[in-house]
Design a protein around this ligand. Sequence first.
Ligand SMILES: [Zn+2]
Length: 373
Amino acid sequence: MYSLKKRIFFFIFFVFSFSLNCLNLDEEVKIRKIPTYTIKNVEYISIKSFLKIINAENWAKIEDRIFIFFNDTQIKFRVNDTQVIVGGKSFEIKNPLREIEGDVLIPIEDFSNILSDLKKTSDLKGSSEEIRSSGEEIRGAKKNEKRFIIVIDPGHGGHDTGAIGTFGLKEKDVNLDVSLRLEKYLRKQLQNYPNIELYLTRKEDVFISLEDRVNMAKTLNADIFFSVHTNSSRYNKNATGFETFYPYSKIETNILPKAEDGEGEIEGKNNDSVLSQILNNLNETDVIEESRILAEVIQEKLAERLVTPDRGAKRRNFYVLLYTPMISVLTEIEFICNPNIEFNLKDVEVRQAIAETLGNGIIEYLKKREIIK
Ligand SMILES: [Zn+2]
């Protein structure tokens, strides 16, 4: 059974990589009559056109870094930079990637050369190991200092509002504001530790699928994935308290199943996708155990600061907990469905207090693990 799954997986992978190898970008631009831009005698196309040509749907922009998720292959580069990483292989291009009016532009000739070079070597593989090592390259590795990467994930966004309170306060807005405050607080508290890097899966009110959130964390090779949500109860409008979840299990898969909007709780055996492989390594238990410890520290800190009930650290396979291979927790900071709590959550001081408390939980964990002093 296992080997059959494996064979299906490799077969599909082969077909995809083959099509990228055979692509002639220069020709495709002409045939499809794609609009081009000329900057200093160099011809560019927009990233949207490029995605259409290679038939890739998922991409992400984190600050000046662009990640394109092309099935099993990841293409990564930075705006104004000349290094492009495709499936773990690094390419130096002549003309830098540009960004004009929010549109990222790709130099046609340079990318044509990359694709034809891939055709020659034909070693386009995107094993997670290679993604890891290429992740090091794009950030310009500081070899002697061990990097520690924390991804903060403000839940929901865009058309996915999350829960909405009686007076109209939206969960997505609370999650984002608390996360931004948390980031700012941590940056200040950890300023003497440049090896600790912080990222957010979103910094504005935009929709990001659960797959992309997981992909971002994987691409960044994060050590901690920290998801911020606000709770709601269908049955008890007066519910109060805070709780933090950590996963039952972890699943490693190169092709993530499509997730519904929302919290993405995985029930029963839904995870048994044909293309997914259960992560059968010893790390899994460690990662879950560390997630539990982090979840408990967060709860302890919240209990010291908030007067509402401590609902505990609990196990649950939310999508972002199940599919992220690193330490991962999801905190439900309070109940937005409770009008009294909703009123409090509108207060910036309450949000700041919650953000700092979450930050202190993370700091406490980093100290426990001697990542900081
Ligand atoms: Zn939520």
